[in-house]
Design a protein around this ligand. Sequence first.
Ligand code: CUK
Ligand code: CUA
Length: 682
Amino acid sequence: MSVTRRELITGAAAGATGLVVGGVLGKTLGGDDGGGGGGDSGLSGQAEAVAKARDLNSENVTRAVKTFVPPGAKPGDKNADEFFLFSSGGHSGQILVIGVPSMRLLKVIGVFAPEPWQGHGYGADSSDSVIKAGTDSKNKPSSAARGPLTWGDTHHPALSETKGEYDGRFVYINDRANGRIAMVDLRDFKTKQILDVPNLDSSHGGVFCTPNTEYVHISTMSPTLVDPSKAEKALETFKDSFRGYSTFLKVDQKTGKMDLAQSFQVELPPYTQDLADSGKLSSEGWVFINSYNSEMASGGNLTGGKPIEVGASANDFDYMHIINWKKAETVVGSKSKVMNGMRVIPLETAVAEGILYLAPEPKSPHGVDVHPGGNYISVGGKLDPHVTIYGFDKIKAAIDGKQFEKNDPFGVPILKLDAVRAGSVEVGLGPLHTQYDDKGYGYISLFLDSAVAKFSVGEPYFKGADAFKLVDKLPVHYNIGHLVAMEGDTVKPAGKYLVALNKWSIDRFPVVGTLKPQNFQLVDLTGEKMEILTDMPIGIGEPHYVQGIRADRIKAWEVYPVGTNPLTMEKDPNAIADKGEKIQRTGSTVEIWSTVRRSQFKPDNISVKQGDKVIIHLTNIETTPDATHGFSIPRYNVNVSLDPGEAATVEFTADAKGAFAFYCTEFCSALHLEMQGWLLVS
Ligand code: CUK
Ligand code: CUA
């Protein structure tokens, strides 16, 4: 159908050239009968004039029509956004929520970094305690060096899954800089937990949920120095001093929170473990992590040593780590040691129990992505123009038949590449990450080529000579890192759209200074050839990975039941109803219970003595969607957002004398400016 429309639009079918905007809109607006196809109806005539005046050709108009969401479109309407992207916000430490196909930014979720509008980290107990708990130095070997962290480099979001499909409950995201992971509840799109993961000083792409969100996984990137007192000679004794960790964080199904007591790690050799993905269906119970720097290079370029990048690229092969987590689960109770509050299965035990295997991966591997059917695992090698596809059936057979090439220096068996490789496709330069559609195709980002390559991925869709073949290639702008197909990490990808996450955007957008935006490009997958529909500049940090979920899977709340504490998602014990307002002094502590509504705080006068501890419990007693108020106290760095129904507590020492006019920061009503009060500190 889209081909027909495309032919009609471009005039290819009729052999016509030039602008046939009227035809496009006539067809689109006129319904199946194609009424108004001549472009002479009032509407299309007007549109044609606008298109001409704005110098838009028929292709531009088609793109606009494919992505336009009319004002007031309702969720679920055919012309509304069909998918949401959950995008890492990179250095901003946040998550971006974007509609597809409109590519409109719908929300920025404060995660690792304070976010003033949401009051995330500016005085409200709920968010401040999340951020504070997120720097838990006792979990780290190198504890002394740590202070409170107020930023994060968000990288890889992982949506929760049920039976391998997204279920719209939670999203997890890691902090590349500090080896931490956060959980956002998709009922209110707020961060509920930041976990400073034991034994992880860093993390990168090893984040995903297992098919029923039993666990969320995170692994080390740069290996961890196990005993920080040995730092001085650490690099000379790298092989013995450092270790990697594959971490399985147990998820509480009700709250989505990660429970350290039931979590465990599998100790790994000190290679640089990088991207990772969960097995599914036929490979469920296993996970796959690739690595680079199996050379264990550690640099020294100023003192005659090999630069890290040279040392780390010396070998022809690095290793995919193949981990049997179902097996690990049965062993952890009896055969683990506790390190910094985490149960760890030692490397020797992992080998002895058949929990860990390695498979060779060509030339600086990057992405590792499991096919929706579970059998194929696609690996891109940054310095190899091929994508290598492993077969899980072959991996299983090789393990059972002990087809090992040798053991690595830590005794981990390395499977024979020929025994586990199902195929390979020459796709182009710098292949990184693969995503899948609903028709059996894989899409891989080509960093050096600045392109997306589409290739067939074996059975059940493609057999024999067609099994692994390059079928299309699309230039993107420019330097693509990740890419995301809708629900492309699940057992049932939705196809339809892909978004290319481009790192460079030279010449695509107006010059806005020396730091240029990133460029998300929406790609139409419905036709024979991939086609770019639109560019979306991202001016908030460098997004890394993104997942795309069907919009109708998200069942977000519009208002809280009155008195809800977002941290617990339950009624706050200090929430009050109308007329429950009071001020109470106990010694040098003044506690205030305040209602918040259009257009007043009650009480609006608060009098305390210098040095008093002040605790203000605020309840927004509104039940109207969007009736949000803010609560800010000048000079005290307090700024809380009180969404409808929300209860929050603010606590501080009144150390500065004076009269402080607190006010509502959200333009809530005609008397919004009057929604203020006085804090008197005498
Ligand atoms: S990694 Cu592969 S391009 Cu940080 Cu997910 Cu960026
Ligand atoms: Cu409440 Cu402005």
